[in-house]
Design a protein around this ligand. Sequence first.
Ligand code: CDP
Length: 256
Amino acid sequence: MSRRRMVYEGKAKILYEGPEPHLLVQYFKDDATAFNAEKKAVLDGKGVLNNRISEYMMTRLGEIGIPHHFVKRLNMREQLIKKVEIIPLEVIVRNVAAGTMAKRLGLEEGERLPRAVVEFCYKKDELGDPLVAEEHISAFGWATPPEVDDMVSLALRTNDFMCGLFAGVGIRLVDFKLEFGRLFENETVRTILADEISPDSCRLWDMDTNKKLDKDRFRRDLGGVTEAYSEVARRLGILRDSGDGADVVDFKGGSK
Ligand code: CDP
């Protein structure tokens, strides 16, 4: 594995020092956690798939002018990213009722929302990432009002683009979570997309069958988690089918 100095270890990823001070290396682990890490497992190949899917999503979003931290993929499990100061909020965009929103508001899971809804949760594991209002965000100084405006507008543009991208491959984008960071560049600060966009952070349902192709397979013990992530990658054209049913990705591929 890497000889680089570790900067941070999260539940599914590790950050290492990059080759230059303004860069980091983001390493995708196979570890899966849910319910605030009460449920844990190692899912062979998940990190390799999320590295590729997140690279794909960030690259496509960059092409339509959404600023992000992704620089380039280094190997099967690692990508070079720009160093940012992470804003301590999870920005959730929802198109269809599911998960905690369905529970909180007594909605039927699968019910289409009247319009896309953006929610903020305060990133604090000890508290289970509570839902917060813009009032809390500015009162406690987690982000400035202009940063909140940037996050809402970038999250909605990302949602529009991703809804179309996934619909094109027969997948409904139910909801997803984004994280943003502050990029300090020549005396200016910009709000850019950070973290990852993958089936770990999205709810993705097959449009015809409603089959879940995301982390809910792990949360709800439905099985076939990495198979579902592979299916997403295959439909997006990231994975080729080798003909014998095996994907052309070396799931054991470690960092080089
Ligand atoms: O996932 P859960 O039901 O606990 O929470 P949610 O608020 O319904 O999640 C909305 C979306 O954000 C889902 O696509 C989750 O996968 C994603 N999410 C995430 O990636 N990380 C979190 N800490 C919380 C939610």
